[in-house]
Design a protein around this ligand. Structure first.
Ligand code: FAD
Length: 422
């Protein structure tokens, strides 16, 4: 199952990049070159970024371009979710799904189209090729060329200004926690006994499931449901909420619902899943609905029921950061800090070694990270900093994917009198 020798020490990345074909080889060579040796740490870094996904890459490269001495730590592959298991592969599949929709509607536009067939293998190969092409933008080479020291391995705090990775201790003035999130597992009896798919593994499928069961009618569940329905799967979506996209505008959600239904997707909304089992090779999802109990069967199960923040094993408490279901906050801080990358934007851009001062109005919206919500104060800022640069990806994050939780924080202790030293 593990086909990624260069990333065996990573957490949660096994099986991500299969099949191990030319496209995936090219991708891995770009974002986690085989035989990579971490550079030796050189004194105190101005900025250490943990997590080489969208937020981490933008922060690290941006800060380095401003002259900061930056180290970027990634335990899996540079590019993170967006490149490997999120935006890029999903939008590649949706592009093929859209083409199918166009062909189906062609008759109504006066174009006669003969019989056609979706070739799942070719669709997935195209997705892998697009992903490999795009990986150049997130490559180790590009990040290094920007002056960032790239270190692979699991990063964790060992002191309020020190992080350990792969046996090395890096000391820093500032750190950004951009460790992202992963698919959450809903508490459904039997789920932990079954080999279900998530957004981390669905893009490695090589065979189209004849019947696909999807737990979760959020953005990820809906987009994949539509794609697979158009490819030819019989798709059934379950959600505890009474409508799809429960966190989004109701009118927009109803358009999405109607369109997916017209693509052949079956919905069971407002239901409570009670059990998932496997009987003679068939997956059975049992659920309660207002008028009784029912079940649905399928060949593969996709779980897209929310996200969990990647905060385990970071030893955030050592860094003085407390994590709860409401988000992250400074243990010693008198106020909660909601998601705002504006908060730590420095007044001046002469980053290396310079004392950083923050305009007073920004200090109350200091630090990022609200696993699960991502809402927060935000004021426009013209200042450029690692943190303000990271804001673009945060904004994208908030705007585009309601079910994606955010686990990224800008860590900048001792920046103002209102931020107690840890
Ligand atoms: C199916 C799907 C479709 C999506 N579609 C879109 C879309 O169309 N548009 C859009 O804007 N967004 C989309 N998203 C959301 C988008 O992918 C995420 O918002 C984005 O990737 C988040 O970036 P990030 O840098 O915060 O986290 P990530 O990309 O998750 O990166 C975090 C990185 O941190 C690393 N890491 C974690 N812990 C440690 C540690 N202790 N040490 C070292 N490294 C660590 C991880 O390995 C990972 O590479 C989609 C997501 C999914 C799942």
């Amino acid at each position: 199952m593990i086909a990624v020798p260069a990333a065996r020490d990573s957490v949660g990345t096994e099986g991500l990049l299969v099949p191990f074909d030319e496209a995936n080889r090219q991708l891995i060579a770009a974002v986690r070159p085989h035989g990579w040796v971490n550079p030796q740490s050189r004194g105190v870094y101005d900025l250490v970024v943990i997590g080489g996904g969208t937020a981490g890459l933008v922060s690290a490269v941006g800060a380095a371009r401003l002259g900061a001495r930056v180290a970027l730590i990634e335990r899996g592959f540079l590019g993170g979710d967006c490149l490997l298991t999120g935006c890029v592969p999903s939008k590649a599949l949706l592009r093929s799904a859209r083409a199918i929709g166009e062909v189906r509607r062609a008759g109504g536009m006066g174009i006669r189209v003969g019989d056609f067939e979706a070739d799942f293998e070719s669709i997935m190969r195209r997705m892998r090729e697009r992903r490999a092409e795009i990986s150049a933008h997130d490559s180790v080479q590009r990040v290094q060329q920007a002056g960032v020291a790239v270190l692979f391995g699991h990063g964790r705090f060992t002191a309020d200004r020190a992080i350990e990775v792969d046996g090395q201790r890096l000391t820093f003035n500032r750190a950004i926690i951009a460790t992202g999130s992963r698919p959450a597992t809903p508490p459904v009896r039997g789920l932990d006994q079954l080999p279900y798919l998530t957004s981390e593994t669905v893009f490695s499928l090589t065979e189209l499931p004849r019947r696909l069961l999807v737990i979760g009618g959020g953005p990820i569940g809906c987009e994949l449901a539509q794609a697979f329905a158009r490819f030819g799967s019989a798709v059934t979506v379950f959600d505890v909420a009474p409508r799809v996209l429960p966190n989004d505008d109701a009118d927009a959600a109803s358009i999405v619902h109607r369109r997916l239904a017209s693509d052949g997707v079956t919905f069971h909304l407002g239901v409570k899943l009670t059990e998932v089992i496997q009987e003679d090779g068939t997956l059975v999802v049992r659920y309660e609905h207002p008028t009784g109990v029912s079940q649905a069967t399928g060949d593969r199960l996709l779980v897209a029921a929310g996200r969990a923040p990647n905060v385990d094993g970071l030893d955030l408490d050592i860094a003085g950061v407390a994590v709860s279901n409401d988000g992250m906050r400074w243990r010693a801080s008198p106020f909660r800090m909601r998601c705002s990358w504006d908060g730590a934007a420095p007044r001046r851009s002469s980053f290396p070694g310079a004392p950083i001062r923050i305009p007073k109005w920004r200090t109350s919206a200091r630090t990022a990270a609200t696993p699960g919500s991502g809402a927060g104060a935000s004021r426009p800022s013209r200042s450029r900093s690692a943190t303000s640069i990271a804001r673009s990806s945060t904004t994208k994050l908030r705007a585009s994917c309601a079910s994606t939780t955010i686990a990224a924080a800008c860590w900048a202790p001792r920046l103002s009198p209102r931020m107690p030293a840890i």
